[in-house]
Ligand binder design. Sequence first.
Ligand code: SF4
Length: 688
Amino acid sequence: MDLKYVQTTCPYCGTGCSLNLVVKDGKVVGTAPYHRSPVNEGKLCPKGTYAHEFINSPDRLTKPLIKKDGKFVEATWDEALKLIAEKFKSYKPDECACLASARVSNEDNYAMMKFARGVLKTKHIDHCARLCHASTVAGLANIFGSGAMTNSIGDIADSKCVFIIGSNTFECHPLIGRRVMQAKAKGAKFIYADPRLTATGKQADLYLQFRSGTDVALFNGMMQEIIKNGWEAKDFIEKRCNGFDELKKEVMKDEYSLENVSSITGVPVDQIKTAAEWVAKSGATAILYSMGITQHTTGVDNVKSVGNLQMLTGNLGRPGTGVNALRGQNNVQGACDMGCLPVVYTAYQKVIDEAAQKKFADAWKFPDGIAKGENGYEVTTLMNVLTEKPGEIKCLYIMGENPMISDPDLTHVEHALKTLDFLVVQDIFLNETAEFADVVLPAACYAEKDGTQTSTERRVQMWRKAQDPPGEAKGDWEIIASIAAAMGYGAQFPWKTSEEVFNEMASLTPSYAGMTYERLNRPEALHWPCPTKEHPGTPILHSEKFGMPDGKGLMTAIPFKWPVEVPDEEYPYVLTTGRSIWQWHTGTMTRRSVDLEREEPTGWIEINTGDAQKLGIKDKELVKAKTRRGEITITARVTDNIKPGVMFIPFHYVECAANMLTINALDPIAKIPESKACAVRVEKIQEA
Ligand code: SF4
């Protein structure tokens, strides 16, 4: 028997825990702790523990599939590549769009970005960061000059006050939750704000059960209280920030008095006061947030409000402080860093910047040039264009994404995908989106290739190949390079190894320029920015100055706005969505993991006990949930842990898909959908 351990990085959430894959006779059969990682120190949550179970699922795609007469037929790679090359060449550049992926490696995403802009010459490339943290990227870049988590996971344990808002950290990022508990054990105060009293909230010292979508009012009210009491960090504001007067003028309005904010948010006055005092006076407050902040039509406003509070209280640039955006997927940070966004190349170099455009065109050497230096469509805008202007976009190439579960208003997404002339889906499973494809390409998963991923704390870590891909499946960048070669661009994709892809990317990416596989090949890896080969990496951003042209953070006046769709007589409750500790995103991997699927094999709707009584609904009863977009049948979970008037559905489950109900209303800047607030009606199913 041949038995070996291969150290790699967990493919699920953005925490970036290290683990060993146990390989027996060439096949991955289990996981084992890897103790030397400073991120998780050998600990794993359930998803990490069972991160091997989907790898050898019998459902894995093993051969290319071509749809003929409405049915998929197995094909050779030559047939699939020839068909794709012919079709791709038949469209004008901006008739094509590409979706990269927060699940695959940096190398795969860089290859997709280069393919989109260099081979297809389209400006339309995006990925599912649009659905989770586009507001973080846009909001923090606007006020700090860098759109990423400011601090590192380890230093949360050194906080004196941890304020978590809009994140069920203990279930969605459990190994970050561990650091919160370490801080608490050392005496830190722990504030939790969310409409649901989650597993995270149950550990808090102060729980603010606020109405979904009233974040800005809560922040402005806290800031008014801080300024009224003179608790603001005057020296920090004076030396390191612009915009204080404008911010003060807004937050001191009567609208944000404690009484008014209490009435808007539903949080008692004394709790708002206490939260403001703890944040301002702790000496080191870290704010942690996730999609409860970002997935709103005011997502960018919410993110900037988090930044405002931390600048006002001087809680930036030091250990135990910071604006800590917890990214949901393993490599969502990396996919953004790799330029898989419609406005930037790698490291947020703007496509409309002529110097950046020339830099990439010169480096890539496509004989017929690259995409114009213009911003393209975000994925959410793309879905609207497909339905509203059919024919403008004819061809879509999707790598490792599943919009038919993840995107808002699935009926709309289905209509959008059906307008396409040609759809290629590259994935490890035949997911719900792949059913609409003309060609499906079988990809290798994280355990079958080398590469890097960038965690939520900007730490760039290695994946290491533990087994061969099943059947004829191949690594994503290798597939992309094969299509490029079939289209006559083999010279631009000469790579033989992932390391060669990484080195090319790093040579064009200032924040990764000092990284090499050799430097990353150690337990602590490196945090970006790491601009030179001697640079030690940067665990804490903005220690001395912000990334803005004048080095100062920008405080911004943010007026409060209600969500687009608020409850009314017809749809009297607020629907919010989220995740379970046992499942991950669209369930393609976790639902094929026996030990995870067994724990929570289907979805549910959380209903407050009082609301359930009014509706005559009992716990575990099947009910109908309806919005203006659609309806689903789903099991009721009656609980006191959710605010009256608010209902919650996890979005992982196709058979009761939350996104059948959600609204496709977008933040005007980030174009992120308002997945955290729409109006819903729930009905008892009458017996026949
Ligand atoms: Fe994986 Fe996240 Fe769990 Fe760590 S916390 S084991 S990265 S799912």
